[in-house]
Design a protein around this ligand. Structure first.
Ligand code: FAD
Length: 392
């Protein structure tokens, strides 16, 4: 016996699962959103989150349609107006600018917890979404006519479709028997926020080095957030440094591009993996967000890919006609709509990571020549920008 029955049960109310729940409003589907962690209140001191996202224009449009974008405090967001990417030979450089691409900005930098809080606020007023939180899943049974979730507190949920939005280590994916290939990069992504001596002028910088990739991402004012992917042991050493030494190490790695740095938030680190499931769907199951694809953060595209999954799945479900929303043929439409972009992002991020992690001199020449050449061809750059920004 099931306590509650829904059309769709989404497991995981992170950024991607929450966005899907909101996108399903008005489709006539009843939705349960199940989240293990209780929501975190925003800090009273308005301190800056060291988890930030570069949100692409297509994700901005999606969040705007959900009524979430306008709720974000404009004074806490920065526009990326240009990007400068450097190779590891000290001079090869690739530049992108919003002006060249005919856009007002290439992306926005947004703090994770502000975006999560805005999504959760919108969920409070969504009548057709039932938020079940905190709740941990204990068992999943898939049958021909529906799926059944047992929660650890004894509650039973029945749904025609279960959506896995429960992150890279997806419990739903594992329980439903979808195999996933996990490549451990043996790197940590070190994140921290700094104030800078010089203004960033809305430019995001990225340095590809043999030991990792360092990104400076603009925050409002003379502030930046960094993501530095480094070998695990090097990253651990960095995390142990006193603040002044950490600032010095980061500033030196950037060639003092924005002058001296001062630490604003403690550094944190995240393990980096490429997780590739064999399928995005199975009868009565669909994977979205990191559950469907975890990629190296060097392109800053993980959550953008996840928002595009949520948008595509919501569109397929909205156009279901008389079909049951867990119907495999319907879910295949979603898989077909997403597989090309996901594969391209996996190849680009894994390829770039591999290219800059090889000690062979010929590859060193090729990667730097590649950057310099691409920089000279406006058409190629436009295609790269278009690809990175998604269908706006
Ligand atoms: C260092 C770093 C920098 C990054 N920078 C960017 C960037 O600039 N731009 C970008 O687009 N992407 C970026 N990413 C990628 C981005 O963080 C992820 O793609 C994104 O957070 C995935 O969101 P998600 O909602 O799919 O998963 P998650 O954020 O992992 O959310 C999963 C949710 O499911 C819940 N959950 C898990 N298991 C269960 C369960 N069994 N039952 C119930 N709930 C459960 C969790 O509590 C969580 O709330 C970065 C990643 C890293 C590591």
């Amino acid at each position: 016996m099931s306590d509650q029955t829904f059309d769709v049960a989404i497991v995981g109310a992170g950024l991607v699962g929450s966005s899907l729940a909101l996108a399903l409003r008005g489709t006539g589907l009843s939705v349960a959103l199940i989240e293990a962690r209780a929501p975190q209140p925003l800090p009273a001191d308005a301190s800056w989150d060291n988890r930030i996202y570069a949100i692409s224009p297509s994700s901005v449009n999606f969040l705007a349609r959900l009524g979430v974008w306008a709720e974000l405090p404009a004074e806490r967001m920065a526009r990326i107006e240009a990007m400068a990417i450097y190779g590891d030979d000290g001079h090869s450089r690739l530049d992108f600018s919003a002006y060249e691409a005919g856009l007002a900005q290439l992306a926005y930098i947004v703090e994770s917890r502000l975006l999560q809080a805005a999504l959760w606020r919108a969920l409070q007023t969504a009548n057709d979404v039932t938020l079940i939180c905190p709740a941990e899943c204990a068992a999943l049974h898939i049958e021909a006519d529906g799926a059944h979730l047992s929660l650890r507190d004894g509650r039973q949920i029945a749904a025609k479709l279960i959506v896995a939005a429960d992150g890279g280590r997806s419990w739903v994916r594992e329980q439903s028997g979808i195999e996933a290939h996990d490549k451990d990069y043996r790197q940590l992504g070190v994140v921290a926020n700094f104030t800078t001596e010089l203004p960033h002028q809305g430019i995001a910088y990225q340095w590809f080095g043999r030991d990792g990739v360092l990104a400076y991402l603009p925050l409002p004012g003379n502030r930046i957030s960094i993501v530095w992917s480094l070998q695990e042991d090097v990253a651990q050493d960095l995390l142990q440094l006193p603040p002044a030494e950490l600032c010095e190490r980061v500033a030196q790695a950037s060639g003092m591009r924005l002058g001296k740095l001062e630490l604003m938030t403690l550094a944190a680190a995240f393990p980096l993996h490429l997780i590739t499931p064999d399928h995005l769907i199975k009868p009565r199951i669909a994977l979205i967000g990191d559950a469907a694809h975890q990629v190296h953060p060097l392109a800053g595209q993980g959550v953008n890919l996840g928002f595009a999954d949520a948008k595509a799945l919501a569109a397929v479900l909205a156009g279901r006609g008389p079909r049951d929303c867990g119907d495999t043929l319907l879910l295949r439409r979603f898989e077909r709509a997403r597989c090309e972009e996901i594969l391209a992002m996996q190849l680009v991020t894994d390829g770039l990571h591999g290219l800059f992690n090889q000690p062979q001199p010929v590859l060193g020449w090729a990667r730097n020549a590649g950057l310099a050449l691409t920089n000279r061809f406006t058409w190629v750059k436009r295609q790269l920008v278009k690809h990175a920004l998604g269908n706006i």
